[in-house]
Design a protein around this ligand. Structure first.
Ligand code: UD1
Length: 430
């Protein structure tokens, strides 16, 4: 297993370029299964989840070609398999939208497994309810999901009990080529939903209201090929913003979409950090002292993103004062907390919250990455810790970050990738 070895204490300075958003590219890749003709996607991040999904699409029968770094061509003549094997998808959550996409294209789909980080139960009842409302028969047996429809799916009014990102995406895909109108009420309003809707519109879909709580879809007969560039990754942006605060220094984060990280910008300003937006696409972070303690509660967009909660918890562990971090999106997303405590953080769990009493310094030690965002949170902790921090499980970060340690190195971090030859007691517990 690979690890990140971080020597703490180096200030960060310089420029870092943000890649395309993992959580936007995943549903867009699956949407390509619905398109007749060639799709060219630009700004596709070179991280493991999108690459795995491209491979899944290839195995389903799509023609996939990399044209240049970050640019891929995807096409199919509709002759696709409708069974998505578990071995291919058990590690990636982003395969969940194959459900809506393949159902819409083929009239039936079997998804044998759904992966992703272990951060809660992650049921798919809302996806199932939505697809059933559109006329599909859906069954779940031993972790596999089967859906089929005789004839075309039919538009419907759907109310989501919770604005689930994945459920909104699945319904959006399935409704795009359904007969008649669909309205999704209490839809997720994440920027990744807007990017998916923008892509589908370029393919000929009739969608409005994306980015708000009510999305209208007027079903069209078919979708055609197009070119699309994936939006910048707001979670990668936020991760580097928090990293610059924790390590201290002066970092310009380029090729970003600042409006998508507003909630973090406000919170960092509250913590005393100087945040400047430059040229609409860059964010400059300057920090020379310990941030002040802040309270956050994760919420659906535009609330504070759950995907930045572990990184923010790491930041609060060195803040001046006591912070309260409440997680309201996933039930168990504090996997990095015991590891931060091993580094000297003072964090106490209280139901769905943690109370973080900031300490002056963390101490480097060996820690285990619990999941994707937890892995990068521990690396950020290592940047400001005394001594060396070894974060075992670099593969978690590789799932959603392109060249993570190289980007950090380029702005002055002392970080290397190391191979873990021996399995010690601590890592066996994973
Ligand atoms: C997506 C993102 C993930 C992010 C999350 C919330 C991808 C690949 N992943 O995950 O990085 O953390 O949005 O911003 O885009 N829920 C139900 N029933 C359902 C669906 C969801 O109860 O049918 C619950 C989940 O268990 C969770 C909450 O709703 O507690 C949010 O889940 P959801 O928004 O669906 O997240 P994902 O699409 O899985």
């Amino acid at each position: 297993m690979e690890s990140f070895v971080v020597k703490g204490g180096k200030k960060l300075s310089g420029k870092v370029q943000i890649s395309g958003a993992k959580n936007a590219v995943m549903p867009i890749i699956t949407a390509c299964a619905m398109v007749g003709g060639e799709v060219i996607l630009h700004n596709v991040p070179d991280s493991i989840d999108p690459l795995t999904l491209l491979d899944v699409m290839k195995k389903l029968g799509m023609k996939i070609k990399q044209l240049s770094p970050g640019t891929w061509s995807l096409s199919s003549n509709g002759d696709l398999k409708s069974v998505v094997e578990g071995a291919q998808t058990e590690k990636i959550r982003g395969s969940q939208t194959l459900l809506g996409a393949i159902l819409a294209r083929k009239g039936e789909v079997t998804l044998q497994a759904l992966g992703g980080c272990r951060i809660g139960a992650r049921p798919i009842d809302l996806h199932v309810k939505g697809l059933k409302a559109l006329g599909a028969e859906v069954e779940m047996v031993k972790g596999s999901v089967f859906a089929k429809v005789s004839g075309r799916l039919k538009g419907a009014n759907i109310f989501l009990d919770f604005p689930s990102v994945g459920a909104t995406e699945n319904i959006l895909l399935a409704a795009s080529t359904a007969e008649g109108q669909t309205i999704i009420e209490n839809a997720a309003a994440e920027p990744e939903i807007e990017d998916l809707a923008k892509f589908l519109r370029l393919c000929g879909a009739k969608i409005s209201g994306d980015g708000t709580k009510t999305i209208q879809i007027e079903g069209v007969e078919s979708l055609k090929g197009t070119h699309h560039s994936i939006i910048p990754d707001r979670i990668e942006t936020g991760t580097f913003m928090i990293g610059a605060v924790m390590a201290g220094g002066d970092v310009l984060i380029e090729q970003a979409l600042p409006s998508t990280v507003d909630s973090l910008i406000f919170k960092l300003q509250e913590a005393g950090v100087i945040v400047r937006i430059e040229n609409h696409t860059s964010i400059r972070i300057r920090n020379t002292s310990r941030p002040k303690a802040i309270n956050i509660k994760t919420l659906p967009y535009p609330g504070f993103p759950t995907d930045l909660q572990p990184q923010t918890t790491a930041m609060c562990s060195i803040a001046d004062g006591v912070s309260v971090i409440s997680e309201s999106v996933f039930e168990s997303r504090f996997g990095a907390v015991p590891e931060l405590v091993r580094m000297g953080a003072e964090i106490q769990a209280e139901g769905h919250s943690v109370i973080v009493k900031g300490v002056e310094k963390l101490q480097g030690t060996e820690v285990i990455a619990p999941d994707l965002r937890g892995a990068v949170a521990l690396v950020l902790a290592g940047l400001c810790a005394e001594g060396t921090t070894k974060v075992v499980g670099a593969h978690h970060a590789d799932r959603g970050y392109e060249k993570f340690e190289m980007k950090l190195k380029a702005i002055g971090a002392d970080i290397e990738r190391g191979a873990e030859n021996q399995t010690n007691q601590h890592s066996e517990e994973q």
